[in-house]
Design a protein around this ligand. Structure first.
Ligand code: FES
Ligand SMILES: [Fe+2]
Length: 448
């Protein structure tokens, strides 16, 4: 197997200019700010509706909720995937009610108007009774830009949007070494949370909280900011590279716990973790070498990875609300979607994509701490915080957002005071402001 050791580009992005305006609680709690975000940002950015694999055949469709809108995506009669606002042109009833399905035409439940898969209005009852002329051939569902990348369906509510390619840059290129389209969604969870969507995004934009919120991670991740690389790209996308399969130095004495954490991976890759007592630092490099050696036998093609990608977390943030946390064997997809009307609520999505070794039907997912099966269609779990789980580590994050939101509406909170390692948060908020002010393109141009 040819090994291309280049892998994903790890060069450090130049630091963009950052301001120092305090981030006040009202950004998370006020309806006015929520409205500014909706008009200036949510309706101008590329967002993910679902997976291409959900629409294998003509007539397959999905709907997704985004704030006050519902978006309908369908594979039309020419195999093209289209996106429409999910609203009937008669008197605005939501056209399709279910999350997914198959249709020859879409028929509105209120007065029976029917639309083709291409969005044309093709049937109305009492067609002769319209003094203004039949709406058939005249009215259409309102279509919006829709493209695919990485196995995902992307849409943009702004018909004058920039290209998806520019929007995703440079992540599209960086992530091309991962077989995103082959990974299978093995978890699909949506939690209705009592927190603003930015609590989710802020949290994944820093790792400062790890020692307190996820004390278990220190046994196999070196989360210290000195060990990580943070990249901030002018279009609002960000990245963090964090070494994995290595304990942080302050955990090195707790050998039994380190062994417990690293064991499943070590066993899969036929290594004796016990022999690393007293020298766990060496495990990461040895595991990288072992993966190169055994990858073919184990059913993985790592030929496009650099060595560090074999063990580390490559954590990619897509502006405004999606994280791909790339592991060597999967991707945790994390997203906070706004509530239709209440800034104190949002919908948090966790999708886990497993990269199954070739030929394997079952796999132990280290990140999820469980076995996952390739052939069982994954069920969409929805519920409130505490009712359903987004996985052992992520549940710890969700618990904090609930309590943070309470503090964000307190008179006793006077704005943030953040260390430099949390600068992706500030940058994210400043990018939101640039969308609201309409200055994002100028910012990119003036700093390129
Ligand atoms: S609102 Fe859809 S047919 Fe009347
Ligand atoms: Fe966390």
């Amino acid at each position: 197997m040819a090994v291309n050791l280049k892998g994903t580009d790890t060069s450090k992005a130049p630091e963009p200019p950052l301001g120092n305006k305090p981030l006040l609680g009202e950004r998370y709690t006020s309806k006015e700010f929520m409205e500014l975000e909706w008009e200036g940002m949510w309706t101008k950015v590329w967002l993910i509706a679902g997976l291409v694999e959900e629409l294998p055949q003509k007539g397959d469709y999905i709907t997704c909720e985004m704030g006050r809108e519902s978006i309908l995506c369908v594979r039309d009669n020419n195999n093209k995937i289209r996106a429409f606002f999910n609203v009937c042109q008669h008197r605005a009833n939501r056209l399709v009610q279910s999350e997914k399905g198959k249709a020859k035409t879409f028929s509105c439940g209120y007065h029976g108007w029917q639309y083709s898969l291409e969005g044309e209005l093709i049937y109305v009852r009492d067609e002769e009774d319209f003094p203004q002329g039949s709406p058939c051939g005249k009215l259409k569902l309102v279509e919006i830009p829709c493209e695919t990348w990485g196995g995902f369906i992307w849409y943009n509510m702004d018909e004058n949007c920039s290209s998806l390619h520019d929007y995703l840059s440079p992540h599209q290129e960086h992530l091309s070494v991962y077989p995103l389209e082959e990974m299978k969604r093995t978890d699909w969870v949506t939690i209705e949370g009592n927190f603003n969507w930015k609590c989710v995004q802020d949290n994944f934009n820093e790792s400062y909280h790890i020692p307190d919120v996820h004390p278990q991670l220190k046994y196999f991740l070196d989360e210290r900011y000195q060990s990580c690389q943070f990249d901030l790209y002018l279009n609002g996308n960000v990245r963090m590279l964090m070494p994995g399969s290595i304990p942080t130095p302050h955990a090195e004495k707790e050998e039994d716990l380190i062994i417990e954490s690293l064991k499943p991976d070590a066993e899969f890759w036929e290594m004796d973790i016990e022999s690393y007592r007293g020298r766990f630092k060496e495990f990461r490099k040895d595991l990288q070498n072992q993966k190169r050696k055994l990858s073919e036998k184990k059913g993985y093609d790592f030929s496009l990875f650099n060595d560090d990608q074999l063990t580390d977390n490559y954590h990619y943030g897509f502006f405004p609300n999606v994280y791909f946390s790339m592991k060597p064997d999967g991707n945790i997809f994390l997203r906070g979607n706004p509530h239709p009307t209440d800034p104190n609520k949002c919908y948090f999505d966790m999708w886990y994509f497993t990269w199954f070794p070739e030929g394997a039907n079952e796999y132990y997912s280290n990140s999820m701490g469980k076995y996952v099966a390739i052939d069982s269609p994954v069920e969409h779990l929805t519920g409130k915080f505490g009712e359903i789980s987004a996985g052992p580590g992520i549940d710890q994050d969700v618990a904090v957002w609930q309590s943070q939101q309470q503090g964000l509406s307190s008179r006793g909170f006077r704005g943030d005071y953040m260390p430099y390692q949390e600068r992706r948060i500030r940058f994210h908020h400043e990018t939101i402001d640039r969308y609201i002010e309409g200055s994002i393109q100028d910012f990119i141009k003036n700093n390129s």
